[in-house]
Write a protein that binds this ligand. Structure first.
Ligand code: ATP
Ligand code: MG
Length: 516
């Protein structure tokens, strides 16, 4: 029996959202919409256009774009094999040789991308099939027949039968892919794009950390690396946060140099770290080899004193990088953007260079970063495009919303209800009787067309009951339609906040409500 089918008499299984994912529900979704609407407005004002890349891409794109050594690519991606359409469903043992032949053809033509491991996996499966085939011919008399067949099935399962695709863990690689794919280098440069949407990372779920989370991000691709571009990108995020009245916003900036000066600094850092290796924790000890810059990221209390004495990248930038960094800070000053310098702010990926920044906000506990960004001039080239300048950022929308909610809890005022976009009901149409129902439908249609939020009960209710429900829904008005109203053409409009009542005719209704 299939896994999904319930046994007779058994209660059907109750489903829950998968760990690390969640439903966003009303009224909270209204806040999400407000945040996203504000992003459209602010980013639009800075001349950015929206891009909506797919949420899955070739795994290879992320492996190259995000970096094979990163946690994201090495352990956090949701990856599956998108089985080639040219392959039949799983074959029976007897016809596996034909199936393997087809797989071999697809490997050869490149339709199924392969590496050495795939080739040898196929060879092993084919050999195993031969072994099993011999056993079958011998009438399965051998004692090991069961084991050999089982092995064949395992080897079959291990084959790659299509392209590996992954749910996107971030969107920068996709945006760069799209820039190349659509020849955007032929457009006036730079090309300014923003996106809003879900990302997927298999991380340990906790407050502000989910497996499906949302990012609002932007990228500036092409043109120059003028410091004004870096500053304007940062100014745009800060303007967005200001517009949302996000609390406790702190911007940290740093420069992490370029391909010229950073490797020299990293070597110096490594040498200094080796001198204090014994005093470091196991993570940092490992990173001395793999990525010394990441040691600077450490939050371990016992390491803070040691890290404070390490050489700082700011003192080891080449002249071009030092000038660029100084100019970015000047440009931020010109724009009235307040920042702190944090020499320990690094980004783990190789392609990041020069300007890096991070923004934190209040009410988020230890996951308090709401935005990370930086310059990545080499990335488009790394993905097969022309040499292209690039800078961008990604805002964690879940954390942004959490912080807004935390702040609003402190100001327990009615203003928040409006801001959070409590599902509105302007008019509750209370009707009784067949004739009144037709009028009620017409009234609801007119009001909704004029953008009023209207609740029309689907079944007849006594007026008392209807008004009770209107109250519960927080409706501002009740439009009362009974036989009397329909006959006289004079409708009753009740203001629920003060209980007052007036008569209005159908043509007067809209004007009347608009004036209130
Ligand atoms: P962190 O150090 O918090 O893991 P990160 O460096 O992995 O962040 P980026 O890849 O730079 O984050 O993503 C930008 C922003 O996206 C982060 O600042 C954060 O607000 C948000 N973010 C990242 N991962 C998650 C997640 N699993 N759940 C919710 N938000 C996330
Ligand atoms: Mg992370």
């Amino acid at each position: 029996m299939s896994e999904g089918a319930a046994k007779k008499g058994e209660k059907p299984r109750k489903f829950q959202a998968i760990r690390g994912t969640r439903d966003l529900l009303p009224p909270e979704t209204a806040l999400w919409n407000r945040v996203e609407q504000t992003a459209h407005e602010v980013f639009g004002a800075f001349g950015y256009g929206e891009i909506r890349p797919p949420i899955f891409e070739a795994t290879e794109l992320f492996a190259r774009g995000v970096g094979g050594d990163t946690d994201i690519v090495s352990k956090e991606m949701y990856t599956l094999v998108d089985r080639s359409e040219k392959l039949e469903p799983d074959p029976s043992i007897g016809s596996m040789n034909v199936f393997f032949q087809k797989v071999r053809e697809l490997y050869k033509s490149g339709e199924i991308p392969t590496d050495e491991q795939d080739e040898s996996a196929l060879k092993i499966a084919e050999d195993q099939w031969k072994k099993v085939d011999d056993l079958l011919e011998g009438g399965l008399k051998s004692e090991s027949a069961g084991t050999e067949i089982y092995k064949l099935v395992l080897f079959y399962d291990a084959l790659r039968l299509g392209t590996r695709v992954s749910l996107r863990p971030e969107a920068t690689a996709s945006v760069c892919r799209a820039y190349i794919e659509h020849n955007m280098q032929q457009l006036p440069q730079p090309v300014k794009l923003y996106y809003i949407g879900p990302m997927f990372r298999r991380e340990r779920p906790q407050k502000g950390r989910y497996r499906q989370f949302y990012q609002i991000g932007a990228e500036v691709l092409g043109g120059t690396d003028a410091p004004a571009i870096d500053a304007e990108v940062i100014e745009m995020v800060m303007t967005f946060f200001e517009r949302l009245e996000l609390r406790g916003v702190q911007l940290s900036v740093n420069s992490i140099g370029c391909g010229e000066c950073r490797p020299k600094y990293v070597e110096l850092l490594r040498a200094e770290l080796l001198k204090v290796k014994d005093k470091l924790g196991p993570d940092s000890q490992r990173r001395i080899d793999t990525n010394p810059l990441r040691v600077l990221d450490s939050k371990l209390e016992s390491e803070q004193g040691i890290i404070a004495k390490l050489p700082r990248i700011g003192d080891h930038l080449c002249k071009d990088c030092a000038d660029h960094y100084a100019a970015v800070k000047r440009e931020l000053d010109l724009r009235g953007v307040q920042y702190r310098e944090n020499w320990r702010l690094v980004r783990g990926l190789d392609y990041y260079m020069r300007t890096t920044f991070e923004i934190t906000a209040q009410g988020l506990g230890s996951q308090d970063a709401v935005c990370g960004g930086g310059r990545y001039d080499g990335l488009v080239e790394l993905l097969g495009g022309p040499p292209t300048k690039g800078i961008g950022f990604a805002i964690g929308e879940d954390r942004l919303i959490l912080s807004l909610q935390e702040a609003r809890k402190e100001v327990a005022s009615g203003e928040w209800r409006v801001a959070s976009g409590k599902i509105g009901c302007d008019v509750y149409v209370a009707w009784m009787g067949e004739k009144a129902y037709a009028t009620a439908i017409r009234a609801a249609k007119t009001l909704r067309a004029a953008s009023f939020s209207v609740e029309l009960p689907p079944v007849e209710q006594k007026f008392g009951k209807a008004l009770e429900r209107a109250d519960k829904l927080g409706a501002k008005y009740a439009l009362i339609l009974g036989d009397n109203e329909v006959t006289s053409g004079e409708w009753t409009l009740k203001t629920l906040t003060d209980g007052s009542q007036q008569k209005v005719t159908e043509p007067q209704l809209l004007d009347f409500l608009r004036k209130l």
